[in-house]
Every structure is written in structure tokens, then in C-alpha cells.
Design a protein around this ligand. Sequence first.
Ligand code: AMP
Length: 212
Amino acid sequence: MITLALSKGRIFDEALSLLGAVGIQVLEDPDTSRKLILSTSRADLRIVLVRASDVPTYVQYGGADLGVVGKDTLLETGDAGLYQPLDLKIAKCRISVAVREGFDYAAAVRQGSRLTVATKYVAIAREFFAAKGVHVDLIKLYGSMELAPLTGLADAIVDLVSTGNTLKANHLVEVERIMDISARLVVNQAALKLKQAPLRALINAIAAAVKI
Ligand code: AMP
């Protein structure tokens, strides 16, 4: 049995098309069933649904043989011990700095003022601002980061941006792009040895589908 860890939402939806392209159908819909283990059209492949930030942990400790996880999560929570053979080029977005409309970010940075930055991505934000030589006070949030500059909690946020619609709807503007993000395939190193033939075949099939 091969176990693939996915998180609900964008990654699940887009991974579904990728799996479809290699002839694998998921037989249950996680939005209507409460199941956390989903069977597929391949008797030897099942999907486990976990939180995005738990995917690396599941794969690292062998709760899943492989998983799909955003580069943002890998950078933030660590990728030690994970084999990362493929950029799946799905769930594409960028991680950016955004501020309230009218906030003079360039001046704040130029003047060397201390910026308060709210984010779920404290490790990524810390490294980015340290490399720029900007002093920041980081506030860790778990969601709704867009609210932070609007309520005075922070001067800026570091968050994922896709279309930019969420920022626009909340009167925020993107002032710096930190990096482009996409989902990666991660594989448990021991599983790769123990289940070499089926895992290599699956990875190769997915690699071919990504190139199309
Ligand atoms: P958008 O309005 O299209 O710019 O999307 C921004 C919102 O969706 C923010 O709340 C992001 O945290 C979230 N988001 C955007 N892209 C992704 C992604 N690839 N994975 C997870 N969340 C995302």
C-alpha cells in the first residue's frame, strides 16, 4: 500500500487533476464525506487528509510515503530528511509584503524605522528582512493576516498572494515580492527504498504529467 498525504483546499483540488492525468481517480469527495482516508481507483494507493503544515511531519515519520506540500510550508516548518524530487507547479502563488493603502513603506524602510510585521511565516519574514537590514518586530498570527494593518496591530504583513483580490478587497497593497511559491512532492526516504518500484513508477508518471 502507498499512502499519499494531501491537505484540503487548493492543493487537494489541483493535485486531483494531476492524479487524473496519471490515471488515478479519488473515489471519495472530502467536502461531502468526513473521511480522512480516501480510497482511489488504484487498490494499492490511498490518500490521507492532513493539515498543510502536518504534511512534512507525516512523510518524515512514515505516516505517509509521500505528500504534496507548498514550498512556503517546507521553508517555514523545515524539510529535513525529506526527498523532494519534483516541483509540481500547482497551487502557484507568491509570498509578499503588503501594507495598508497610503502607508509609505519605502520611507519607513529608508528611514530605518522599526517595522511591525504580522505573519504566519515568521521564519521566512525574519530571514527576508534580516537580509535587507530592516529591523522588524514579528507578530505570529495563524490566519486573517489582512486584518493586522487595518486594526493597527502591525505596519505590514507577509502572506501568500495569488490573484491579489484579497489584498485589494481589504485596501492593502503588495509592496515587495519575497519569492514565488508552488507545491512540491515530498517522499519518505525509507519508503523509497522499501517500496522502490511502485514509488519510482508513480514519481516518474507524475513527473511526465507535470511537463505536459
Ligand atoms: P488571492 O486573493 O487570490 O490573492 O489569494 C490570497 C488568499 O488566499 C490569502 O488568504 C492566501 O493566504 C491564500 N492563498 C493564496 N494562494 C494560496 C496557495 N497556493 N495555498 C494556500 N493559500 C493560498
